[in-house]
Write a protein that binds this ligand. Structure first.
Ligand code: ATP
Ligand code: SF4
Ligand code: MG
Length: 319
């Protein structure tokens, strides 16, 4: 990980994003920027809306409000032809490596698919050469190109998924729990592979994980999501050393060592309708809850430069 990321114009600028399923808002008022070469970690318990955010950003599902500006163009508003062209630069790696690969395609065909779609000028030998190079880059033998996904382990399938996502050197890679289904011994290898590929290409990364140790290892900044909203956003060290929001503090209370098997947090019982404009959605669980917390929902505010929290008592809690 590069310690410093040049802060220029944001590659990705998400503003006031909202997603509803059946009239229920599962993502609300989500705003953040992502810069070239930056890794933004996204944490939060099961059901908090992390995958929904990833999919809404890539327009794999429809947001009901907000904007997602990619290099200044709104992905949510552009026509489908423009979106298809922009997708070249926007890739995602999913949690379940085997399920995300087409069982009828050899892994060579799978990795070559983005080249077929976006690099029409490449002839077959050139494409095969690029695939072989990419296979080797992710730690697999080029000779494996003719095999099918079921012949590979979970870790190898994830390497294939990463090779497919990275073959066009995308400017943005979203990783939605890319290692949580893998054995602990393999997780570190895959995380380091992602980190190395990111450094090679100066790719911006949105990295979703339950594993706080991995998020700490990879991220420059971290977003904390609770019940569909961002409740804290801060540079990595500020977040881990000086967390503000009571939910973040609870989440960080026990950070295990890197690569230790992670217990999957239990799914949160999400209320039939999430708390509306009244009150803080964390108040039932918050030991610091006060009268104001039931009356109004706290906005996400910059408490110290670069460090944002959505808590009425943020300034008191910092002292
Ligand atoms: N297609 C859908 N239809 C209806 N509700 C959905 C759909 N997808 C997600 N949800 C709901 O949206 C909320 C957020 O789900 P999401 O999958 O984004 O959470 P998550 O933070 O990624 O959880 P996990 O850590 O378990 O992956 C949950 O209440 C979930 O039940
Ligand atoms: S706003 Fe109130 S209830 Fe919500 S996290 Fe802060 S102190 Fe707790
Ligand atoms: Mg998810």
């Amino acid at each position: 990980m590069n310690d410093a990321v040049a802060v220029t114009d944001a590659l990705l600028r998400v503003r006031d994003l909202r997603v509803e399923f059946g009239g229920r808002a599962v993502l609300r008022e989500v705003s953040f920027d992502l810069f070239a070469g930056e890794t933004l970690g996204l944490v939060g318990e099961s059901g908090s809306g992390k995958s929904t955010l990833a999919r809404a950003v890539l327009r794999l599902l429809r947001a009901s409000r907000g904007s997602v500006a990619w290099r200044g163009r709104d992905l949510l508003a552009c026509d489908s032809r423009t979106l298809r062209a922009l997708r070249r630069d926007l890739q995602i790696v999913f949690q379940d490596p085997l399920a995300s690969l087409d069982p009828r395609m050899t892994i060579g065909e799978t990795i070559a698919e983005p080249l077929r779609i976006f690099e029409l000028a490449l002839d077959e030998p050139a494409r095969a050469g690029r695939v072989a190079g990419m296979l080797e880059r992710v730690g697999l033998a080029a000779a494996m190109a003719g095999r099918y996904p079921h012949e590979f382990s979970g870790g190898q399938c994830q390497r294939v998924g990463i090779a497919r996502a990275m073959i066009l050197s995308p400017a943005l890679l979203i990783c939605d729990e890319p290692v949580s289904s893998l054995d602990a011994s393999i997780q570190g290898q895959i995380v380091n592979l992602l980190r190395d590929l990111q450094a090679d290409n100066n790719t911006a990364m949105l990295f979703i994980s339950h594993n706080l140790a991995v998020v700490r290892h990879l991220s420059h900044r971290i977003l904390v999501m609770y019940s569909g909203r961002l409740v804290e956003m801060a540079p990595r060290d500020a977040l881990f050393d000086r967390p503000i929001h009571p939910y973040t503090r609870a989440l960080l209370a026990a950070v295990p060592s890197p690569w230790a098997p992670q217990p999957q947090p239990a799914a949160t019982a999400v209320p039939a309708s999430l708390p509306s404009a009244t009150g803080c959605s964390y108040r039932e669980r918050c030991r610091y809850a006060a009268a104001i917390c039931a009356a109004t929902e706290p906005p996400l505010e910059e408490v110290v430069p670069g460090h944002f929290a959505a808590c009425h008592r943020a300034r008191e809690l910092m002292t």
